[in-house]
Design a protein around this ligand. Sequence first.
Ligand code: ASP
Length: 375
Amino acid sequence: MESKVSLIGRRSQKQMAFGWLPGLQVVMAAVAVMVGLSAFAAVAWAAEDAGSAPSARPGWALVIHGGAGTIVPDAMSEEDEAAYRRKLREVLDLGAAMLEDGRSSLDAVEAVIRAMEDCPLFNAGKGAVFTAAGTNEMDASIMDGRTLDAGAVAGVKTVKHPISAARAVMGHSPHVMLAGEGADSFAAEQGLEIVPPDYFWTERRWKDYLRRKEESEKESREEGSGSNDEHGTVGCVALDRNGDIAAGTSTGGMTMKMWGRIGDSPIIGAGTYADNASCGVSCTGHGEYFIRNAVAYDITALMKYRGLRLEEATRSVVLGKLKDQGAAGGVIALDREGHVSMVFNTAGMFRGFITADGTAQVFLFGENEGESAGN
Ligand code: ASP
């Protein structure tokens, strides 16, 4: 945390090293002191609160999640743990390189989520969970916090990168959300990569599906109620050098979901929201609750209308409202000042953040990683 404060110091020194306009130097020095103080305040405040991580400003910042759930060290092999940590770090670096280069937060969010969709560790793209009918139906959304433009696809079966289809809906259609065959056809028309449905088949998710199917038959439960035991939805929120926030989410949904079921992930305001005036949010968890509670929008609204700070807003929704309702899940969020929040009410959440000063951290579990899981 100290490094963030000193980074601002370094940056200020660099700015003041220019020999021109002594008057400007004074102004810059004053600004530097103010920035330093408020950044310090942010750091000090966040330090009180174990769930948050501050970041340098005005630079850029990026936060990701790879799903929340029963993620505990005992239930994970060392190899799997290493693989998750490696992949999370790899995609953080990918997004960081883009933001460092001055690319937009939207580009970074899309690229990071595409990389996660390509990775079978996550329940998005390749690695998506199975519906009760044994198919893969994916949902994704993306939002631009500068313009409030948004795009989403629901129930797609053949588009290799649902997040890019969501972005195409935002950029190249008059609509916000396309679903089912129409969404797949639109993605094809847009020249996005189309794959046969069995591209999404993975042995691990198929075994999860068979196990869940057997369980539900045995317990003669209502078929197709869905489960998010097999976590792995992915999300990303980024702040770029222009101060613009973008957020995106992509998922295969919940194992054994009913045919045509749509979760929160493609619903703007439920699973994803971004507004430069408050923050960007991407959610993961039991989608039905996230829809009913308009979780992503609720967090931005708490900041906007009630003046809550980012961490207060995320905690109040995830550890208050959702937990009280028995709704498992978590969120990642990022505000215009680069504060990062990663809050969940489950045992763990795959997550990480990276900031302009080079701070990068990846977490899988809860308290054992020195963080409050909020339980
Ligand atoms: N929120 C996703 C859904 O309900 C699932 C998850 O994030 O685990 O479709």
